[in-house]
Design a protein around this ligand. Sequence first.
Ligand code: AMP
Length: 579
Amino acid sequence: MLEKKAETFNMNRVIDDFDEMTRNADQVQKQTLKEILHKNKSAIYLRNFGINGDTTTDPEGDFKALVPLVTDSELEPYIKRMVDGDTSPILTGHPVPAISLSSGTSQGRPKFVPFTDELMENTLQLFRTAFAFRNREFPIDDNGRALQFIFSSKQYISTGGVPIGTATTNVYRNPNFKAGMRSIMSLCCSPDEVIFSPDVHQALYCHLLSGILFRDQVQYVFAPFAHGLVHAFRTFEHVWEEIVTDIKHGVLSSRITVPSVRSAMSKPITAPNPELEDTISDKCLSLSNWYGLIPALFPNAKYVYGIMTGSMEPYVKKLRHYAGDLPLVSHDYGSSEGWIAANVTPRLCPEEATFAVIPNLGYFEFLPVSETGEGEQEPVGLTEVKVGQEYEVVLTNYAGLYRYRLGDVVKIMSFYNKTPQLKFVCRRNLILSINIDKNTERDLQLSVESAAKRLSEEKIEVIDFSSHVDLSTEPGHYVIFWEISGETNEDVLQDCCNCLDKGFIDAGYMSSRKCKTIGALELRVLEKGTFKKIQEHFLGLGSSAGQFKMPRCVKPSNAKVLQILCENVVSRFFSTAFE
Ligand code: AMP
């Protein structure tokens, strides 16, 4: 595919187009579904359900009546055929150019999803839309740059010959990415080789160094997730003296060993610059506990941008500290499966952020989430949702996902013209998550099951268990509470603790443990009878004994239960599995 020429960006036109589209959200949805079904009319999946593209007078009605709601597990066999190189029209009319490795939604575990040129187009459309609204509130300079902490992991080729990478990798490697970024005045400070560096630590160092070298041009600072922003500036606290030494002498640190990165960085860092070294050193030394670091380093930055909602909320406090007076702007809402909604009210703080669904990115349905979690209801259309109600998002897109339950729960806050503005609430099935890790109740259960095998060698059972994400430590870590049926020695329990840690096989968890952005898992063994006390607590609140379910993950908001657990700890172990 050839790189497209950068389109000229016209802020008012993009906003007008969005306004027009959202005024007609209902018709746009119908039209989008029609186009999706037309493009993929030869797909075996659709044909199996009796959908024949253009031959119906009521595509929407037929589609809803004939095609079932699915989760990733139902689509897995179809996608596997595509990964294995079957080029027949399985889910899409034409073979897909790549597959994305998602960190997981509905099941909270990594999975493959198709990536197509339309998804790339959607990505650029969403970037343009969000940028137009941001730029209206916080205009940036034409010749500016963005300090973007972005990292592309490796793309590999499946045995069936299909390129596979994370969704962001597929986007960054797409030939149209750079032109798209240029058109919205968001060119990265770092050379491409840094983004594609096989070593993320070296890449982060070079992103920071490049940002400083372009400090007067930096218009905003970005990472996809707030966690990435906090991690970047925490790292800066440790490496800034090395960075300024590089600048002073005009020589790149010997820590950068990847040849492509060294060679690319020799362009921005050409000559000694003791003046810049002086300025940055003065700034760093004058800050109090690094408060306001970002505006001190980048005097022309207008805002800090990244996902700050959902599981990223715990990082907002630290980010505010680094950002000082700079506004924090929440990045948009989407997933590897496709983009969904843009932040068109960028002045709202992260706690208030909402996202307006873009009606031509896919065909959207919303499955009501009942408070009791009981009784499945029928999904409603994009324009039929009710303000104040929570729904699970159901997506149909150009890339072969039809009535696909995303597993995310959102709350409708208001309408922008006729399209809903929503707030991200949580992942439906996820219970343990600190940064990029995603573990469900089932993952916890599997981990406990595997560790309990070690215990059963001693003829002891796990009576009951629960978990908690402890963010009071830096970095945060998982705590697993166990009540066990007998006494055993400390070595056995230490083994169990390591086993629990290794039992979480989610790629995000394992990589975070390896690079220590998640701390050692902690096993806390409880006094006998603790879980009974918890049950009694719930019964006291009016739960029915028959329906009582042990909370498998205790949130800080559940203070009483956490207190019962913590008051009854008899011994604690920290995993050494990743040392
Ligand atoms: P992935 O499946 O790895 O692409 O991650 C996508 C998931 O990240 C979504 O399904 C959401 O659960 C979460 N996510 C994406 N955007 C946001 C956002 N703006 N706020 C909160 N969570 C988000």
